[in-house]
Ligand binder design. Structure first.
Ligand code: ASP
Length: 341
């Protein structure tokens, strides 16, 4: 009997092959930041709250994919949950700048068209990820910053809030602690320009960014990242999240990627695009390329993690910190959430 290789048969073969080799096909992977996240420092309530919000984000993303929406819709839906949660350093719950403000960065990228959009240093847009999407879809630009980005978001009918909306006591206390430690360092090491400069970059004050990568029914990848940046940041500092190729990248030919960690190192290593390039030019797997890119960050002295997913639904979630809030959902709706190593 002649076997006609049609689409369903091909899908069945791939599925069987994956099942035989014990690989799962994922449709979404998310992160809620990497850092000094240790079980001994976590209360049972706090852990449960993180798990609940990460699960909700994955559910929202999965619902979008299941309903046949685009991977970009799924990314936006999942990130909205985390931006609206005070637990994460994005949207409500963003960290404070040295001047006591919340200045947020976000980016999205579409793996099919290589379209991208981002915003940086925004202070009144409730969901910066939607502003990034609006830049991508409703303007001819890729990146908008500050007041201009906010005016564009207003014009795009996005929800505008008073800056006080983003306040949480925990982040405010975090800023006070960072300022105290900065001044102690300055006193101990007076005259050292390096210490003054690095004073804003305390190991524990730079994490909590959120990100998502999704794969839709049409086989298209999308990635997004949203963050309040680093506690105690100054001078209009912008991290890697809104920089296409550094903290965020997506290409159907390779993978969708969202990074979290010490942004300066991710910018200098162009991490997200580096993963895509290694996959494209060296034919590396998403897991090997992700590990190699993060190793470069580590060697340079940077820390953090990232999520990546290729077009076949393979995921990688490496990090070189104690923990990373992260989770996945498979094509058949199985959700897994992880926090520690
Ligand atoms: N990468 C972000 C930044 O440097 C921080 C983070 O991931 O938490 O702005």
């Amino acid at each position: 009997m002649k076997l006609k290789l049609n689409y369903s048969l091909l899908c069945l073969m791939i599925f069987t092959c994956m099942a035989v080799h014990g690989q799962k096909k994922y449709v979404m992977v998310i992160h809620g930041g990497a850092g000094t996240i240790l079980k001994k420092n976590m209360t049972a309530e706090k852990e449960a709250a993180y798990i609940a919000d990460l699960t909700k984000a994955l559910q929202k993303g999965y619902e979008a994919i299941k309903a046949g929406k685009t991977s970009m819709d799924a990314v936006e839906a999942a990130i909205h949950v985390m931006e609206d949660s005070p637990l994460f350093n994005a949207g409500k719950g963003s960290v404070f700048t040295h001047d006591g403000k919340n200045e947020m960065d976000a980016a999205v990228m579409d793996g099919k068209t290589l379209s991208a959009g981002s915003v940086a240093g925004v202070t009144v847009i409730r969901n910066p990820i939607s502003a990034a999407r609006a830049v991508m879809e409703k303007s001819e630009h890729v990146m908008m910053v500050g007041a201009g980005a906010e005016a564009f978001a207003k014009q795009s009918k996005l929800e505008i809030v008073d800056p006080s909306y983003f306040y949480t006591k925990e982040r405010w206390d975090g800023l006070q602690k960072a300022i105290r430690e900065d001044s102690v360092k300055a006193v101990l090491d007076h005259g050292s320009k390096k210490t003054m400069k690095l004073g804003t970059i305390n190991k524990d004050y730079k994490f909590g960014t959120v990100g998502a990568v999704a794969l839709d029914k049409s086989g298209n990848l999308a990635a997004g990242t949203s963050t309040g940046g680093m506690t105690n940041k100054r001078y209009g500092r912008v991290g890697d999240a809104p920089i296409i190729g550094a903290g965020t990248y997506a290409n159907n030919a390779t993978a969708g990627i969202s990074c979290t960690g010490w942004g300066e190192f991710y910018i200098r290593n162009v991490v997200a695009h580096d993963i895509s390039a290694m996959m494209e030019y060296k034919k590396m797997s998403v897991a090997d390329a992700s590990k190699a890119a993060l190793d470069k960050v580590g060697k340079m002295g940077g820390d953090g993690g990232l999520i990546a997913m290729d077009k076949q639904g393979h995921v990688a979630m490496p990090f070189n910190t104690e923990g990373m809030y992260r989770g996945t959902v498979t094509a058949d709706g199985k959700i897994e959430v992880l926090i520690y190593k």
